[in-house]
Design a protein around this ligand. Structure first.
Ligand SMILES: [Zn+2]
Length: 378
């Protein structure tokens, strides 16, 4: 496997050990500004060996060869961009042909081991779905094509195959996998992850800024699994966390501004209300499902809907699995229960206690602007 020293490949290493594999790792030194990641990988290998997990680790020097490449990750005087991972500017962090080069070396190593030990060897890589948009050489079709080419070009290639266990996952699911592996292996999660580096622009002491796109993604993943990232940042965890949340919010806000109409945005993102009797679904009576206009989460079906005459779409109950969130709302001098989408926090409307008794007596008073109706026979 390729061990970059980041959180994905470190999680992968834990996973391979948990599965009982004999693991051989390669870390690449290619002139990356975040070279600290290699030192961190060395620390983790050392820690794992102290816990009696024997891992072979090689550091392969490609700095000379790759110094002629152009990328903000490599060249001095060319800043690594800050901000959200998905943003266009993050493309400057692509290193041309990087994974093809790394995979070629891994393949050569794997094939050598396979022939020498007369066994089959799997090449495991920690690439995941979050990388696909910016890094074309992290996409599954790329690895498929690469594996095919290597098979054509080598004797004994049937002994070697690629394994990409995280290809459909995201940072959050990878961290959860690592937590599970640590538990099974009896090793300390925080020690392991304090010995990783994700930042593309760490300071001279190797501390993460918490501001590069990769940092933000990592921080939000730790937040999602309810843990504090044990890696050292230039600022306290609360500060880097709140910055990451802010960047994510700004990014999401831009996304919603582009995706939604002015009315839909005003209702869902700013807690507004459409005027009574103006919404497109007020009198809607066809069979079908109602999704959140922002994130497509299923909220209601036509089986939940009834005609209350109040001027907004009314539902006596929510769709199974909708898990609509309720919040006490004391605005406008009233005491009401506001309802929000559990997936994206979109404001939907309110719940009142004047609904049909036979269904429990509730009335979900929902803005048409927060819904997307899809006709479907139920
Ligand atoms: Zn939603």
């Amino acid at each position: 496997m390729a061990l970059s020293g980041g959180m994905d490949s470190t999680s992968l290493l834990l996973r391979l050990l948990k599965e009982g594999n004999e693991v051989y790792c390669i870390s690449y030194e290619y002139g990356q500004k975040h070279r600290i990641e290699i030192d961190r990988s060395v620390l983790n290998i050392k820690y794992l060996r102290s816990e009696n997990f024997n891992v072979v680790h090689q550091i392969v020097d490609l700095e000379g060869a790759m110094s002629i490449f152009n990328s903000s990750l490599l060249n001095e005087g060319y800043d690594v961009p800050e901000g959200h991972y998905e943003e266009e500017q993050m493309k400057s962090t692509v290193v041309p042909n990087r994974n093809a080069i790394f995979s070629s070396i891994l393949y050569g190593y794997a094939l050598s081991l396979a022939v020498k030990h007369e066994t089959n060897v799997k090449i495991a890589l920690g690439v995941h779905s979050g990388d696909h948009a910016i890094y074309p050489d992290c996409r599954p079709q790329f690895y498929k094509a690469l594996e095919h080419a290597f098979q054509i070009g080598n004797w004994d290639s049937e002994k070697v195959s690629f394994e990409l266990p995280y290809i459909d996952g995201d940072k959050e699911s990878i961290l959860l996998d690592a937590l599970n592996s640590c538990e099974k292996l009896g090793v300390d999660f925080d020690t392991i992850f304090s010995n990783t580096n994700t930042s593309y622009n760490p300071d001279s002491e190797g501390r993460s800024s918490g501001k590069s796109g990769a940092d933000i993604e990592r921080i939000l993943a730790f937040k999602a699994i309810g843990r504090i990232d044990p890696v050292e940042y230039t600022e306290p965890w609360e500060v880097v966390l709140s910055n990451a949340v802010k960047v994510e919010m700004i990014h999401k806000d831009q996304y919603y501004r582009e995706k939604l109409t002015e009315l839909q945005y005003m209702v869902t993102r700013q807690g507004g209300t459409e005027r009574a009797f103006t919404g497109i679904y007020d009198k809607e009576s066809r069979e079908g499902i109602y999704r959140c206009i922002c994130c497509e989460h299923i909220l209601f079906t036509s089986l939940n809907k009834y005609d209350s005459g109040c001027g907004w779409p009314a539902f006596h109950s929510e769709s199974e699995g909708a898990e609509i969130i309720r919040i006490q709302d004391n605005s406008m001098g009233m005491s009401r229960i506001e309802v929000r989408c559990s997936k994206c926090d979109a404001h939907l409307g309110h719940v009142f206690q004047d609904g049909p008794r036979s269904y429990g007596g509730e009335r979900y008073c929902i803005n048409s602007a927060s819904l997307d109706f899809e006709e479907e026979s139920l």
